[in-house]
Design a binder for this molecule. Structure first.
Ligand code: ADP
Ligand code: MG
Length: 220
């Protein structure tokens, strides 16, 4: 897990800036998150929240400064150590099982457990091929809520020490959002570190810190 570098720091940003081409989006962000901490990030649309989370997820590298996540600085290594649920999730033309295990060697028992926690087990068991149902044939039939639940199950299955959430229910209707959040709560009850970007401060009850972003600057 994250036991190299400073033991208790799971995410460390030192003077991180990021530009898309000529456009500066993040400016000089320094932030340390310790293991087990729950950190919420709020701020207006376009202020750079998703860009910050993409760096934490190892999807992009800082333009300048250093991001150390779980002791790793290389994006491809960072990606191995984190779980992420974004606003809308990409399901791949593979089975439900494969969409959740993503090439890792998890057994059916583990996958059933995460399907249950994500409130998907009843639906999956109702399918003729169960968790081995090919999703390519059914992707259009899935609701946004089901797709997000599969993404949550994928994140749970990986059991990474750092969970990144980028407005995971923002694309859902309010009732579905509430029930998907309840599934997420079942997941986040475990002692993992969470960084959660959201517009809804009520989702951040019980969090250790709520940080405000404004025009690429993080107020810590
Ligand atoms: N791939 C991209 N190319 C160019 N500009 C981008 C890209 N993604 C985001 N931006 C711009 O960067 C700024 C911050 O975006 P983002 O990090 O998505 O903000 P937030 O998540 O807070 O809404 C916005 O002005 C947005 O238009
Ligand atoms: Mg965003």
């Amino acid at each position: 897990m994250c036991n190299n570098v400073t033991k208790s720091i799971i995410a460390d940003f030192s003077k991180v800036s990021y530009s898309y081409g000529e456009k500066p989006v993040l400016s000089d962000i320094s932030l340390s998150i310790t293991q087990g901490e729950r950190v919420g990030i709020v701020g207006e649309s376009g202020c750079g929240k998703s860009t910050l989370l993409k760096i934490m997820a190892g999807l992009i590298a800082p333009s300048s400064g250093t991001a150390t996540i779980c002791g790793e600085k290389t994006p491809s290594e960072i990606r191995k150590k984190i779980s992420v649920v974004m606003q809308s999730s990409m399901l791949l033309p593979m089975t439900i099982f494969e969409n959740i295990t993503m090439g890792h060697d998890y057994d059916e028992k583990h996958v059933r457990e995460v399907l249950e926690k994500a409130s998907l087990l009843e639906w999956v068991d109702s399918l003729p091929q169960g968790m081995h149902t090919y999703l390519g044939d059914r992707a259009d039939e899935l609701s946004g809520g089901q797709a997000q639940r599969i993404a949550i199950a994928r994140a749970m299955c990986k059991d990474a020490p750092l969970l990144l959430l980028d407005e995971p229910t923002a694309a859902l209707d309010p009732a579905t959002a509430t029930s998907v959040m309840a599934s997420l709560d079942a997941f986040t009850a475990s002692p993992i570190t969470i960084v959660h970007v959201t517009h809804q401060v009520e989702y951040l009850k019980g969090y250790d810190r709520i940080l405000h972003m404004e025009g690429g600057i993080l107020h810590v």
